[in-house]
Design a protein around this ligand. Structure first.
Ligand code: UDP
Ligand code: MG
Length: 316
């Protein structure tokens, strides 16, 4: 039977953890009773350097029931790093991981379907928010704008999927070879490949405590996503420069025609065209330099060049 690890990042969550921890335990026990997962399955809390009583709560939970375990980061490093720490901790101990926030916003019951999809052969199952009724208009607008902006900037992510997802340990073994320091998990996981699917759920309100993702952090995450996954902004600079140059040439041609047909063109117009042309050339050159930097950036990351998913001759 397959072993599941539920990966739960926690940062200053003393208010919500006592409410949600028993819910996760109930889920593990239920899945085990239904014969979907083994009794070796665990709930792995990652304390992301909390300053409140979160770690004490995790420690006492671990004493209460063998299914609870925890690790603690030496300081706060952010949600993405906390999830990664949990995934790497779990990858050699289990067959499946499911990462989920600890605040009860993501529907725990979607795990049943996730595990079933895994048993049907999917290695990655994305939890996707089907609706955001409980979010304020502002949160919904900024959050959905976030996904659209990322896509436009060349960072392909699953729309409305945050970090609630199932990943098999097999995918995690390959994922461990992505050594980059700047993390944007929801964009990186699709890069690993393998069979994947989505499971839909309604996003609820936080059961207690406060969000740690204000607009400022969300903008920082969007910036991180774009710059970690895509070099499209650099290509856009080249495009902008070429557009300026082309415009300057086109307008100069029109001005020449005006002169040819006996019209007059003031010297200011020529100077303006010269400035537009030279700025265009300069911006294009910056873009060109940028594309080399972009390539260097991708080389430095040293991501795996290929990942094999199947062989006709399976090795043991
Ligand atoms: N979190 C974390 N480190 C941080 C910030 C948040 O581990 O620096 C955890 C937090 O405890 C929660 C999850 O990441 O389990 C999502 O955070 P939150 O609920 O505050 O974000 P929101 O759902 O409002 O976007
Ligand atoms: Mg939340």
């Amino acid at each position: 039977m397959k072993t599941l690890y539920i990966i739960i990042p926690c940062y200053n969550e003393e208010k919500v953890l006592p409410i949600t921890a028993p819910m996760f335990l109930k889920k593990i026990n239920q899945l085990h009773k239904e014969g979907l997962i083994s009794d070796d399955s665990r709930i792995l809390f990652i304390d992301d350097g909390s300053r409140d009583d979160t770690w004490d709560i995790i420690s006492s939970l671990a004493k209460q029931d063998k299914h609870y375990t925890g690790i603690r980061q030496s300081r706060n490093r952010g949600h993405q790093n906390a999830v990664l720490a949990g995934l790497m901790e779990a990858k050699d101990k289990c067959d499946i991981t499911i990462s989920i926030d600890c605040d009860g916003q993501d529907d725990i019951n979607a795990m049943d379907e996730m595990v079933k999809e895994y048993l049907d052969g999917c290695e990655v199952v994305y939890g996707v928010r089907s609706e955001r009724k409980t979010d304020t208009f502002f949160k919904r607008f900024t959050a959905e704008g976030f996904y659209k902006f990322l896509k436009w900037m060349g960072a392909d992510v699953v729309f409305n999927h945050a970090d609630y997802r199932l990943i098999s340990s097999r995918v995690l073994q390959e994922f461990a070879n992505f050594k980059e320091v700047n993390l944007f998990l929801r964009g990186m996981v699709p890069l690993v490949g393998f069979k994947s699917t989505s499971v839909y759920y309604a996003r609820a309100e936080r059961l207690a405590g406060e969000s740690h993702y204000p607009l400022k952090k969300m903008l920082a995450l969007a910036f991180e996503g774009v710059t970690s996954l895509s070099t499209k902004p650099l290509k856009m600079i080249t495009g902008l420069g070429l557009t300026f140059t082309f415009l300057a040439l086109l307008i100069s041609f029109i001005l020449l025609l005006v002169l040819l047909f006996g019209g007059s063109v003031g010297s200011a117009a020529w100077i303006a065209m010269l400035i537009l042309f030279l700025s265009g050339v300069q911006v294009s050159c910056i873009g060109l330099v940028g594309s080399y930097i972009g390539k260097t950036y991708l080389e430095v990351k040293a991501r795996p060049r290929y990942i094999i998913s199947q062989r006709t001759e399976e090795k043991d």
